[in-house]
Design a protein around this ligand. Structure first.
Ligand code: ADP
Ligand code: MG
Length: 382
């Protein structure tokens, strides 16, 4: 490829994942158009161009196709019909089939089961009677989740064994939405793996991240993860198996649970870079976003090697003194090895992801203690 044919990347979605893809791909000489599907929170401001049309707007599609040589996604819930229409004109990675599986918890789990990949026991319910049957079929405590559009724990309800008698009331809470009922796992820990797979089938995996959630939202990611080498190897192997079975092209995130028997179960997957892979910007040879740019540009994949132990802290809007006033970053800025990333969102809200900080150090313990020091100094209680 010579300098004139640098690819113009079109990305569907208006969030921070597109922002960081924009920063990485523009650094490498690509132009990028971010189609937000609605408003711009400010996160899309690093793109070369931003489209605000709704995803079902024909003029939006035409403008997107005009501006792009290749398409990708930074948000899971892109209508698959739109991806199919785009793919009639330009290469689209990942494809509508893979995105369709990732955006529906039933399709996702059924896919895992059919490939012999261990996952949480589940039942789908579309009526009150099916909910009662699912409660019966899955003994003990459960978690109910909407089949689609859930993120950061939204659309989820934890139900203990004793509460299962309240089927009517619980069903009413979901207002007719189709749900999945999952066994509530006695979590010994959570981890995730990022995978990148090229159009030629070349596939790399990053070192797994250990993830600590607070109120169902990712709080900290720790790499290297503090699990046995066998578990880490299994996570990477399963990640590769999923990407290969999907004939996936792009960057894929796979989340895992470790249960009370120290068994590994796949929780869910994301057809795009993932929050638990943000540390790759500061601590790996090639970031997950550069990897996505390389895949869509048909360039060789980069090394995923971890350069230094790292901890990532997610910055939620709860840390902001008000919706428009930023915290004082002095503790972060005066910590050696700490890097602040803000997503440019103009308004802070509780639980909204506003940015993250990575802490690199010579050991995980040291990276964690730097993170803890900053969190305390900024009055963040985990
Ligand atoms: P989201 O799309 O919101 O990330 P997840 O299914 O990953 O949805 O759930 C978010 C978090 O909630 C998980 O990372 C985990 O901490 C907790 N959780 C979800 N499902 C279960 C489960 N079946 N058992 C135990 N904890 C769960
Ligand atoms: Mg999740």
């Amino acid at each position: 490829m010579n300098a004139q044919d640098k690819k113009r990347i079109g990305v569907l979605g208006g969030g921070q994942l597109g922002r960081m893809l924009s920063m990485e791909s523009r650094r490498m000489g690509s132009e990028i158009t971010q189609w937000t599907g609605g408003e711009n929170s400010g996160a899309a401001n690093m793109a070369s161009d931003v489209l605000l049309n709704a995803f079902d707007d024909q003029a939006g599609l035409e403008a997107f196709l005009q501006a792009s040589d290749v398409a990708t996604v930074e948000f899971e819930n892109i209508p698959t019909q739109l991806l199919e229409s785009i793919a009639e004109h330009i290469p689209t990675y990942p494809d509508a089939k893979a995105v369709g599986i990732c955006q529906n918890r039933d399709h996702e789990k059924t896919f895992f089961k059919s490939h012999g990949i261990p996952t949480t026991p589940f039942r789908v319910a579309t009526t009150e009677a099916e909910l009662a049957a699912a409660f019966e079929a899955i003994p003990g405590d459960v978690i109910i989740k909407t089949l689609q559009f859930g993120y950061d724990g939204k659309g989820q309800l934890s139900v203990s064994q004793d509460e299962k008698t309240e089927v009517k009331k619980i069903w009413a809470e979901f207002q007719g939405a189709r749900v999945i009922v999952e066994k509530r796992i006695q979590l010994q820990g959570e981890l995730s793996v990022m995978i990148a797979r090229g159009a030629d089938g070349e596939c790399i995996t990053y070192d797994p991240a250990e993830n600590i959630h607070k109120d169902h939202i990712l709080d900290l990611s720790i790499v290297p993860a503090r699990f046995s080498p066998e578990i880490l190897a299994q996570a990477q192997e399963i990640g590769k198996k999923i990407a290969t079975a999907l004939e996936y092209v792009g960057v894929l995130g796979v989340e895992f649970f470790i249960d009370e028997n120290q068994s590994i179960l796949v929780n869910e997957m994301a057809c795009r870079p993932h929050n638990s892979g943000h540390h790759t910007l500061d601590a790996c040879e090639t970031s997950q976003f550069e990897q996505q740019a390389r895949v869509v540009n048909h360039q060789p994949l980069g090394s995923p090697a971890l350069l230094k132990p790292v901890v990532m802290w997610n910055l939620l809007g709860d840390l902001w003194p008000s919706s428009s006033q930023e915290p004082d970053w002095t503790p972060v800025l005066s910590t050696p090895g700490a890097t602040l990333h803000l997503y440019g969102k103009t308004s802070a809200k509780k639980k909204r992801k506003m940015g993250h900080v990575t802490f690199v150090a010579d050991s995980v313990e040291e990276a964690l203690s730097k993170a803890e020091h900053c969190r305390q100094a900024m009055n963040w209680s985990a």
